[in-house]
Design a protein. Structure first.
Lengths: 278, 583, 313
């Protein structure tokens, strides 16, 4: 008997009105489950809709059809009061560490904000705990975001997401704007936090290699639909869908000899598709 | 959209003090404080009443005893009238500010936050109000208000409210789109809290700055309306004094000077205060370009740097097409300091070789790329070094640099969409570029462009040439830029992260294209990137940069198989930890 | 593109109607007050009431407005409450004076501010700082004070130009030029100060774009980069500046006409307003708003033509 999934997305459709009464369907029928404590990644290129799914779950994008449920209760298109209560269960880390923190607030204020909104007391103590959990010194609480590097700001964003001890964190390309060495460290932090708190991640990324490192399962998104969903290792190393294979082979690896082999293989596989650039 | 931390409450006092510290800010505040003081105390301080006339003093020149600034044509003391007039001025200011802020800021907040029909209606009203010159409307409404300056000022406040509306609405829209507002929503903040905490903070500084300018306009209009004769003739506003003096200018020319001066100086003080506030509250990214004198001084003061890493002797083999020796680049930093970002770098690129320049952000790799092309920003300072293209030092001779740029050494930028001129078609841009560096006529240029567009993988070049940049995709735009770079058949291409902004499948195709072009035409390439996979795929030689120095240089197989420096090893392990090795 | 043009026209028409209706209502609303002003303070209430009817001020405002509007379309803007003179006739001699003043100043403003703004943005250094300094002064001092300073210096202290009076071009070209020189200069100072600063900002903004750097890297000469690419892309914001300048000039002209006693629209409006001769004032309001809307429409049209994104919609 499979336990009830933490987060369930069923036949999600998201449409946005365009110019002059046209409508763009960004997400066209997407379904997946997220179990407690697991990491499910959504991988896709630009225009695949991966960020929109995250935003729709968070209530930042409209749900045109389908449902999103959390612990059995519907959370798609609910009123604002119920949405605010959800803050204790579902949180977010965004891609851009420079604009996801209000530059006019100190780090301490930023971390205390969700606590105050939820009516939780003992803010200052919790802030110290959070800074510790993400590897930042305690005096960071009195400083402003502009005094920190991109990687450190992203740690603050992670600490903010952890403030209310949520069950799920939507990670929207959290390392895409970071240098490769910083990225490695922040990914390690994500894994560490999951180990200690048992939080579940919906990890959104364009990088198949990154998600392979961090996920339990991977869903591959192409033009608004999931083309492949399975165990991380299988999807990354032995993909079944053509598009996943193309994604996987397109990303170059840091080994010249291996990269030459991959290139030849990729070109051989692509030969039948004569490249007509859009 | 930057909200300066200086706008938060704990630093409000600091802002005020900073304002006072600049002589401009201090003088303005002092004058304005004086005006307010005079307005409050003129019943006691003024030498005489505003309408007291002394016929002996008619048209008295300045420094007549009892009339410091002289007397007007009716014998009234000009100084007293001006002092009494300040009361009307201050009152007018208060009214204009109160009305315009109340109407403009409130409507701007609502329109920006809730949008919808209110925004549409408010926008239309705002356009309507701003479509008539204020004075024309004030004249028209004289029929309604009569010689009632406070009423006219209230009307003017309404007329100028749209400036606040537009300002606030735009700020709110900007803030709404910021990720930190999304994060606040997800964190469970109520709309009220979001507006109070995040939106109002962002709005405060622009509103304060705008208020200074609105007050300046208010004084100008108040004086103007009185000057035209639409004010209360029995009163003593600055405008009326000016009007009286002007009407008698041939009899007493100096009487005009004082009211004109008082009005102008007060308006000027407010405008300068607005500028000073703007500098203090919004640390704008003002270009810190040094003056030529300071540039020379900085260059002389620059110590000869120690080139970290191996330095290559000059005069190497014949097949080196581009050489960089001892390149040092610096930028002006905060507080008048100068910070070096590239510390004496040496680089050799052989003909047909693809040389990777790898580093993380801040390593200085892009700076080197810009320096070889001579397109560093205006603020940049080159402290030393040379860039030798086939033996010609391009840095030493700007004319040679100009001749070589685009012709022998070409540029492929990182972000495709923002690097195409939005006002011209693809075809026109490519042809302008080509004809700028070659002697082709327009037919020949066109032919070569079409041929090249096909070569870079664009299937319908004639059609694409007629399109504008906003009508093509990112991948296609990058191909167009590559086409533009190779069109004049250069010897070297400097590519600054050419695939970073592209999707991974498109990236693979563009890398393939670059490799093919290099092989076909014997093109040397400097490929700036932070991605070791790209390096492994494309490059022959690699230089690793960290904090402005090249820390390691090797042939690509050697670097990846047996890296020597700790930093290189760290880069490699970080990269490989997120890669899919097995196919 | 045709759709944008039509939408623009429709919007302009809507603005015209709203503005004229609003001002009409506010001005003609106080019927008894106007009649009283026409007859004088000592008029008897019965005479006032009779005058109200005689002037048609007792009818509902909407009717009065409709009357006026339908007349305006055919060129009949009513008669003065005082002299009975046709408003259109009075305006026809006044409008050319104001228009000449505004148009000359506008043309000179465009030329000077583009030159100054572009030079300051491109050259930087002391030219730029000088422009910023002068610009602050020029925008701060109101036009009528500049005018008074000019009169003081050039007409009173050194009697080079006439302080007041207007000579029509038909009478004497050189006389006309002399009589408009000081007025134009007075308006020019403020207009150029403001417009040049705004052009400078627009050009600086464009200069900072990535594509300008890429154009240079292509080997295109700096001259071509500035005059073909940068100016073209700065034209959009530049046209907005033009609309704002026109607005400012129309307002400034009112004061300038007062200082130099020029028989223009502004002076007519001012004098009429002070005696509550509302049909005259209404006439000048109409002409003013039409001028503004025409300038804005032309500006928007040019922007649409210059902006490829708007064209290909």
């Amino acid at each position: 008997m499979t336990p009830q999934p933490l987060l369930r997305v069923q036949d999600l459709v998201v449409r946005f009105p365009g110019r002059r009464k046209t409508v763009t369907t960004v997400i066209d029928g997407v379904s997946f489950d997220l179990a407690a404590g697991e990491t499910l990644s959504l991988v896709g290129e630009s225009g695949s809709g991966k960020t929109t799914i995250g935003r729709a779950i968070l209530g930042l994008a409209p749900v045109s059809a389908g449902t999103v449920t959390f612990r059995g209760a519907t959370i798609s298109n609910i009123d604002r009061t119920r949405r605010r209560k959800l803050a204790r269960d579902v949180q977010v880390v965004f891609q851009d560490p420079y604009s996801s923190l209000n530059p006019a607030m100190t780090v301490g204020d930023i971390l205390v904000e969700p606590l105050t909104a939820a009516g939780v007391t003992g803010g200052r103590e919790r802030v110290r705990e959070l800074l510790d959990a993400v590897g930042l010194p305690a005096d960071a609480a009195t400083r402003y975001p502009r005094e920190f590097s991109g990687g450190q700001r992203q740690r603050v964003a992670i600490a903010r997401a952890l403030a209310l001890d949520p069950a799920v964190i939507i990670c929207d390309e959290p390392t895409s704007a970071l240098d490769v060495t910083t990225q490695a460290r922040v990914l390690a932090l994500f894994k560490e936090i999951q180990r200690t708190t048992g939080v579940a991640y919906l990890f959104i990324s364009h990088d198949l290699g990154v998600v392979n490192d961090i996920s339990d399962r991977i869903a591959v998104l192409h033009r608004g639909t999931i083309v492949e969903l399975g165990e991380a290792h299988q999807v990354a190393a032995a993909p079944r869908h053509d598009y996943t294979r193309r994604l996987q082979m397109a990303a170059p690896v840091a080994d010249p000899r291996k990269q030459r082999e991959r290139r030849e293989l990729r070109l051989a596989l692509l030969a039948p598709h004569t490249s007509t650039k859009e | 959209m930057t909200v300066d931390p200086a706008a938060s409450p704990s630093t409000r006092r600091r802002v005020f003090r900073r304002l006072l510290r600049s002589p401009q800010g201090a003088l303005c505040l002092a004058w304005l404080a004086l005006i307010v003081l005079v307005a409050a105390t003129s019943p006691w301080l003024a030498p005489s009443g505003p309408t007291v006339a002394d016929l002996d003093a008619a048209n008295a020149p300045p420094l007549t005893p009892g009339h410091l600034l002289g007397g007007d044509s009716a014998g009234r003391d000009i100084l007293s009238r001006l002092m009494w007039g300040s009361r009307q001025t201050v009152l007018a200011c208060v009214i204009v500010l109160a009305v315009s802020i109340a109407v403009g800021v409130a409507s701007g907040l609502v329109a920006g936050f809730y949008r919808g029909r209110f925004e549409g209606a408010a926008g239309f009203v705002s356009d309507v109000v701003m479509s008539l010159p204020g004075i024309v409307l004030l004249i028209a409404l004289y029929a309604l208000t009569g010689p009632n300056i406070p009423a006219a000022m209230a009307v003017f406040g309404l007329l100028i409210a749209p400036t606040y509306y537009r300002l606030v609405r735009n700020v709110v829209l900007g803030v709404r789109n910021e990720l930190y507002v999304d994060a606040a929503r997800v964190a469970g903040l109520s709309d009220l809290r979001i507006v109070g905490r995040h939106v109002l903070w962002a709005v405060r500084a622009p509103v304060i700055i705008q208020s200074s300018f609105v007050l300046a306009a208010g004084i100008g209009i108040e004086a103007g309306v009185s000057f035209l004769g639409l004010g209360d003739p029995a009163g003593a506003s600055w405008g009326i004094v000016l009007q009286n003096s002007f009407n008698g200018i041939y009899n007493n020319r100096w009487a005009v000077v004082w009211p004109a001066l008082v009005i102008s100086v007060t308006i000027l003080a407010l405008v300068l205060l607005g500028n000073a506030l703007s500098d203090v509250l919004q640390s704008s990214a003002r270009s810190r370009t040094l003056s030529p004198r300071r540039r020379r001084a900085a260059q002389e003061a620059a110590q000869p740097g120690d080139a970290a890493g191996e330095s290559i002797p000059v005069g190497s083999s014949d097949d080196v097409v581009l050489s960089v020796r001892g390149l040092r680049i610096a930028y002006p930093a905060a507080g008048g300091e100068v910070r070096e970002v590239v510390h004496g770098v040496d680089l050799d690129v052989r003909r047909g070789e693809i040389h990777g320049l790898v580093g993380e952000s801040g390593s200085g790799k892009s700076q080197i790329a810009f320096a070889t092309l001579g397109i560093l920003p205006r603020e940049a300072l080159i402290f030393g070094g040379s860039v030798l293209l086939d033996g010609d030092d391009l840095l030493a001779d700007p004319a040679k640099m100009r001749a070589a740029r685009g012709r022998r050494i070409a540029y492929v930028p990182q972000e495709p969409m923002s690097n195409l001129d939005p006002s011209f078609t693809i075809g026109k841009q490519l042809m302008y570029g080509l004809r700028a560096v070659t002697r082709l006529d327009s037919r020949q240029a066109r032919g070569r462009v079409v041929e090249l567009l096909t070569r870079v993988g664009i299937s319908d070049p004639e059609r694409v040439m007629r399109l504008y940049p906003h009508e093509i995709s990112g991948g296609m735009a990058q191909r167009v830029l590559i086409c533009g770079a190779v069109a004049a058949d250069p010897d070297v291409i400097v590519a600054d992260e050419p695939t970073t902004a592209l999707d991974v499948t498109v990236q693979a195709e563009v890398l393939e294209l670059l490799r093919e072009l290099s092989r076909e035409r014997g093109l040397a390439m400097i490929l700036v990137t932070h991605n070791l996979g790209v390096v492994a795929d494309l490059c022959d030689v690699v230089s690793v940069m960290k904090d402005g120095d090249i820390v390691e240089r090797a042939e690509v197989d050697d670097l990846f198989r047996s890296p020597r420096e700790a930093y290189t090893k760290e880069l490699l392990s970080s990269s490989r930890s997120v890669e899919l090795m097995e196919i | 593109m045709a759709l944008s043009v039509v939408k623009n026209l429709a919007r302009s028409l809507a603005v015209l109607l709203v503005v004229t209706f609003a001002t009409f209502t506010l001005m003609f609303g106080n019927g008894p007050g106007i009649a009283q002003a026409v007859l004088g303070l000592n008029a008897r209430p019965e005479d006032v009431q009779r005058e109200v009817v005689a002037l048609g001020l007792d009818q509902p405002l909407l009717v009065q407005y409709w009357h006026w509007l339908s007349g305006a379309v055919t060129g009949n803007l009513g008669e003065s409450f005082y002299t009975g003179q046709s408003v259109t006739e009075a305006l026809s001699s006044r409008v050319p004076v104001t228009l000449a003043l505004v148009v000359i100043t506008l043309v000179l403003t465009v030329v000077l501010s583009v030159l100054l703004g572009v030079t300051a943005a491109v050259k930087g250094g002391w030219v730029d700082r000088l422009l910023q300094f002068v610009s602050v002064l020029g925008t701060a001092v109101p036009a009528f004070i500049v005018a008074i300073v000019l009169v003081f210096t050039f007409a009173v202290a050194w009697r080079m130009f006439p302080a007041t009076g207007y000579v029509t071009p038909e009478l004497s070209i050189s006389g006309w030029v002399k009589s408009v020189t000081l007025p134009v200069v007075a308006l020019l100072v403020g207009a150029v100060a403001s417009a040049a600063a705004q052009f400078r900002t627009a050009v600086l903004d464009t200069l900072g774009r990535d594509y300008v750097r890429t154009l240079r890297a292509r080997g295109i000469s700096e001259r071509h980069v500035i005059f073909r690419h940068v100016l073209r892309n700065s034209a959009g914001p530049g046209l907005t500046v033009l609309s704002l300048t026109t607005l400012g000039l129309l307002g400034g002209a009112v004061f300038i006409e007062q200082v130099f006693a020029l028989p223009g629209m502004g002076q007519l409006a001012n004098q009429s307003a002070q005696v509550n001769d509302v049909p005259m004032v209404m006439g000048t309001v109409l002409v003013t708003i039409v001028i503004v809307l025409v300038v804005n429409f032309l500006g928007d049209l040019t922007t649409i033509l210059l902006n490829p994104k708007a064209r290909t919609r």
